[in-house]
Design a protein around this ligand. Sequence first.
Ligand code: AOF
Ligand code: ZN
Length: 335
Amino acid sequence: MDHSKFLTRCLQLANYGRGTTSPNPMVGAVVVHNGLIIGEGYHRKAGEPHAEVMAIRSVENRDLLKQSTLYCSLEPCAHYGKTPPCCELISSQSIPHVVIGTGDPHSKVDGKGVAHLRSHGIKVEFAPSPHKFQRLNEVFWTNMTKNRPQFTLKWAENASGYIDRTRTAEEKAMRISGPLAALRTHQLRGSVDGILISSKTAHFDLPSLTTRKWFGQSPTPIILLSQDFPLKREWLSSLEVQPIIIGNKIPHGYSGINCNPRNLEQWVPKLFDFGLNHILVEGGTRILQSFIDGGLADSIHRYISSDRLEDGVSAPNAPILTTTAELGNDRYERS
Ligand code: AOF
Ligand code: ZN
């Protein structure tokens, strides 16, 4: 029996939840009887019913469940979270066969859903490869398996490998990439929880760090404090979203993590306490490089313009990025 088209349908359904399920994963499920889909569902929002529940509820003739196969993009859960365990619903409905895209890495599930189903005599099969089912929920995967937020790094450099010219505090930052790259960046900003920059970048550029050119909320600014580059009060109070400051002397009235900002292990796991599951790291070079060298660059987005420059601020050394596209006059590469 070829399960692929029903598993693909689970992925399509899961995608209906894009943008609203966090911190939960996107999940889709279908009920199939004699090769025909008789029920479908997806997880819409944390706290609301899971995909399997929605799919089972949508079946008109529940008697057919006893001769049906349930397909789900993620292993049915085995625990009481905000909602009860899906594996118990499946066994209580006497569904004889379950096909799963990938196991659930959540410490309270992690094979327990499958074990419950098998112990109730249910035949359980898996997709030939879990890859696309895991990639669907990259952020959830990093959060669960690495116990830290997902980090997406982004920068623009020119053909000479510089992210900026060498400049004084009075001179403005150089625009490297074009308007399409800016749109893409704002699209990224609208999809993350936090945006991380150094206080040096904040000091010189006074960025607004908002999502202005695309749909979505502005992320929470996270600022790594360096003693050499103090934060300007007017800039801090102008930010649309209250920032989180990481460093030794957090300005009065602001929240953050009191630590040595250069020691990533000290503060990275604590970002979870602020509900930050996905963070866009926008620079400068030293911070980007420390994330790459520390094995924390889960994803990299790099724009390369065709301009050349004699001298400037060097871009980070990135691993080879295989996915490429043309965005206006810029080359867009991502991992
Ligand atoms: C499923 N089907 O559709 C989803 C699952 O707090 P709760 O009860 O919503 O549980 C959240 C956890 O359940 C989440 O972290 C993940 O491990 C799993 N999500 N499981 O069987 C679903 N969304
Ligand atoms: Zn569940």
